[in-house]
Design a protein around this ligand. Structure first.
Ligand SMILES: [Zn+2]
Length: 121
């Protein structure tokens, strides 16, 4: 017999069983991850649809334009000081009452002070 049989015999039943178990667990974890990704994709697509529907209702009923939406999206994007199409939440101190707010908000939650943009640091 060749060296492979000797090698496998040398692994012993416990080690081989442990490897099989590890492969099964990895396969199950992979299936769970795929299921979670599919669910997140479904949720994102649903949210995109609802966003589009809400925008079209607002645009049509308030006489807004797509340029209005883009301008506001840019203003919200810049609240964290970076134009990256994301809202990165940061702690910001209100210049009026000195309480800490989330940078996603356009005004102080405590005193109503409107924030200049960008407001942080
Ligand atoms: Zn305040």
């Amino acid at each position: 017999m060749g060296g492979l049989g000797f090698f496998l015999n040398g692994m012993g039943p416990d080690l081989a069983g442990g490897q099989i178990q590890a492969v099964r667990q990895a396969s199950q974890a992979q299936a769970e991850t795929k299921s979670e990704v599919n669910e997140l994709q479904r949720q994102v697509e649903r949210l995109a649809l609802l966003n589009q529907a809400m925008w079209e209702v607002l645009r049509d009923r308030l006489g807004l334009s797509d340029a209005d939406l883009e301008a506001m999206a840019h203003a919200v994007d810049m609240r964290d000081g970076t134009a990256d199409d994301r809202m990165t939440a940061q702690a910001v101190r209100c210049p009026s009452c000195s309480r800490v707010n989330n940078s996603r908000h356009a005004k102080c939650l405590y005193c109503g002070q409107l924030f200049e943009k960008p407001l942080f640091g």
